[in-house]
Design a protein around this ligand. Structure first.
Ligand code: ASP
Ligand code: MG
Length: 414
């Protein structure tokens, strides 16, 4: 059996959904589980609604807009009398109820933001049915079991596996359509796996079902040596070793979610990245392989913040002080992307999640003299050659540089 994952861009409107249906239809004769993300930019819009937490007219307008976008797609795909018209409208009430409920901020976020995937999967499943395919809509929340960490649910693998294997029978007779990104807590509340987490969902299903492969359908020809929007000369890889792909995602390549590789690599399940606009393109195969001489691979990670902690009394930075810094980071679930230390200062760079980072800075201020810069981009050049090494080191605005034998990283003012 195979697992397919379609992201938001692949279902952004009725024509896109019809295209997805065509791709699925060409695989109708083999067992298939399809994981789908929320339509287009729905998650961002629902995020605004959830974070505002209020029920004022601006928020109500936003909810109307979200539903209107879905209803417009339904209108393009189905006859006017179709049940989905009513089903989608009902989400207005559901969202309003969740906003008014006495949830913590993060719990409210997950209850609201998860609905994007619920709606997109309902529309896709109904459309496939409408075109004559034998499909079943599967509620991922019954299968992906997490802890109660809202917005960043940690998967309970044993429980999740025991649930997902139950799908092995169903999948023999019909195509299963489910949601990416969402799961549920032991208390039965909806949780999410972190932004862009649908790839990870696909990997979870594939690993628990022992799939023969996972295909992520994207708007790019495959995994590329750089973001083609930034570097038009970027080339597409035919194949990549798991390790190389995992490291790329670690440095910030957004083509695949960082958590996707591990469950697949552990079982040797190949991950294919294919183009949904041109299914004849070969795409990239990520699997156990050796590739001689990979070209330099360039990853841009934007919105970085550099924090420097200085000791003020001429003592040197030592382990216990570094311990203080890392305890504060880990208690906020913040990840460090680059570290540099000197005798009297310890500097690190991390994603600028404003609220959490400003809290961190103020806490560290109790122990150190703290300086910080925002609006930075971390550029990583993996497998650099002399040309790319010079180019990125000597560009304008570099404020920090670090290199190993294979990897160069520079932090630059954006
Ligand atoms: N819809 C979610 C997001 O945009 C999950 C995903 O797209 O993978 O973050
Ligand atoms: Mg998305």
């Amino acid at each position: 059996m195979k697992v397919f994952k379609f992201g938001g861009a692949s279902v952004k409107n009725a024509a896109a959904i019809q295209n997805v249906a065509k791709i699925i239809s060409t695989h109708r004769s083999e067992p298939l589980l399809v994981v789908v993300s929320a339509i287009g930019k729905t998650t961002n819009a629902l995020e605004e609604v959830a974070l505002s937490g209020s029920d004022d007219s601006a928020v109500r307008t936003k909810i109307e807009e979200i539903l209107f976008a879905h209803l417009a797609i339904v209108a393009d795909l189905f006859p006017a009398s179709h049940q989905l018209n009513k089903d989608i409208r009902k989400f207005k009430e559901v969202i309003a109820t969740e906003i008014k409920a006495n949830h913590s901020k993060d719990k409210r976020y997950d209850q609201v933001v998860s609905l994007g995937e619920v709606m997109s999967s309902l529309i896709l499943a109904q459309y496939l049915q409408h075109t004559g395919l034998n499909v079943e809509w599967v509620d991922a929340r019954k299968y992906i079991c997490t802890d109660s960490t809202f917005r960043e649910g940690k998967v309970d693998w044993a429980l999740t596996r025991s649930r997902i294997v139950e799908l092995k029978e169903q999948i023999k007779t019909r195509i299963l359509i489910t949601q990416g990104f969402i799961g549920s807590s032991p208390e039965g509340d909806t949780t999410t796996l972190g932004r862009e987490g649908s790839d990870f969902s696909a990997a979870i299903f594939a690993s628990c079902l022992g799939a023969e492969s996972v295909t992520i359908w994207k708007d790019v020809p495959g995994v590329m040596s750089a973001d083609p929007k930034r570097l038009p000369a970027a080339t597409t890889f035919d194949e990549l070793p798991f390790r190389e792909a995992a490291e790329m995602t670690y440095y910030g390549a957004s083509v695949i979610h960082p958590k996707t590789i591990k469950p697949l690599a552990n079982l040797g399940i190949p991950l294919l990245v294919k183009n949904f606009d041109n299914i004849l393109l070969p795409g990239t195969r990520i699997h156990e392989c050796k590739v001689d001489r990979l070209p330099p691979l360039i990853v841009f990670k934007e919105n970085q913040c550099l924090i420097s902690c200085h000791v003020t009394d001429y003592t040197f930075i030592d382990e216990s002080q570094i311990g203080v810094i890392f305890n504060e980071l880990s208690s906020r679930n913040l990840k460090v992307n680059l570290i540099q230390n000197s005798a009297i200062s310890f500097s690190f760079c991390l994603d600028f999640k404003e609220e959490k980072v400003m809290e961190l800075i103020s806490e560290l201020g109790k122990h150190f003299e703290v300086y910080y810069n925002t609006g930075l981009t971390l550029i990583t050049v993996k497998n650099y050659d002399s040309e790319s090494f010079e180019k990125y080191r000597t560009q304008k605005g570099v404020i920090l540089e670090q290199s190993s034998r294979s990897t160069l990283q520079v932090l630059v003012r954006s």
